[in-house]
Design a protein. Structure first.
Length: 250
């Protein structure tokens, strides 16, 4: 593989030359790779991820069961009697002869185990956040809500349409005097003209009255208006509805 070339680029080159009629042996010579690499490239455009390395042993490993005994006791203990990380660290040194383990290592393990132990004890799920990733041009988010605009010195209530691409963050806005379905549709058309196309994945929506006739409570299912169904079918929009209420709208 040439210096600086990624594996994805190598696979793309192998697949391109194979489509042009080059034999497998010629591919091996040209790109200086083995038979197995050629077969993998021809079977998939995306390289298989490397197998993860086995977890490295830590000097804290012998003391983890001790920490796992301290933390469950804190669930029912008064607030001022619960173990802090400093107290756990000192107890490990004084009572269990821990040596050559840094405070930062103990703190990282306690931060990881505390929410897990709450779940194991049936005290409810831990609050977690999943990092999102998006392909370029694949997904977008739409919001359509009220906005206050000062026009000729008077404060007026208008409606702001916003379509934002999830990958780049590029957004298109348009203000309307009305919040009706026509404005909702015109906002989409304006955004698609500015962006030069329609996201090929999905567009996320909250509970927008312009598109939704009724909401089936606590689910993502919607009963859509006929005009919205026809409109999104015309543009090939794949909608994704947020869960109703505060828990889902953000």
């Amino acid at each position: 593989m040439p210096p600086g070339q990624s594996k994805v680029e190598l696979y793309a080159a192998l697949r391109r030359d194979a489509r042009e009629g080059m034999s497998n042996r010629a591919l091996e010579r040209k790109c200086r790779v083995g038979w197995r690499t050629v077969q993998k490239a021809l079977s998939s455009a995306w390289p298989q991820p490397r197998e993860p390395y086995a977890p490295r042993r830590s000097k804290l490993d012998p003391f983890k069961p001790v920490i796992d005994q301290m933390l469950p006791a804190d669930l029912d203990a008064p607030r001022k009697q619960r173990h802090t990380v400093v107290r756990i660290y000192r107890r490990l040194i004084n009572e269990h002869a821990m040596d050559d383990v840094s405070y930062q290592v103990v703190r990282a393990y306690v931060a990881k185990r505390k929410p897990e132990i709450r779940v194991e004890a049936g005290r409810g799920p831990a609050q977690v956040f999943i990092e999102q990733s998006h392909l370029a041009g694949a997904e977008a988010e739409v919001d359509f809500g009220e906005v206050a605009v000062r026009l000729r010195g008077e404060l007026m209530k208008c409606h702001l349409f916003c379509l934002r691409l999830s990958f780049s963050g590029k957004a298109v806005h348009r203000v309307f005097a009305s919040g009706g379905q026509e404005a909702f549709f015109e906002g989409h058309e304006h955004a698609f003209r500015v962006l030069g196309g329609v996201p090929f994945g999905k567009i996320r929506y909250a509970n927008l009255k312009a598109a939704v006739a009724s909401v089936l409570v606590f689910t993502r299912r919607r009963v859509e208006t006929d005009r919205w169904t026809a409109f999104r079918s015309h543009y090939g929009i794949e909608p994704f509805s947020c869960t109703p209420g505060i828990e889902g709208a953000h």
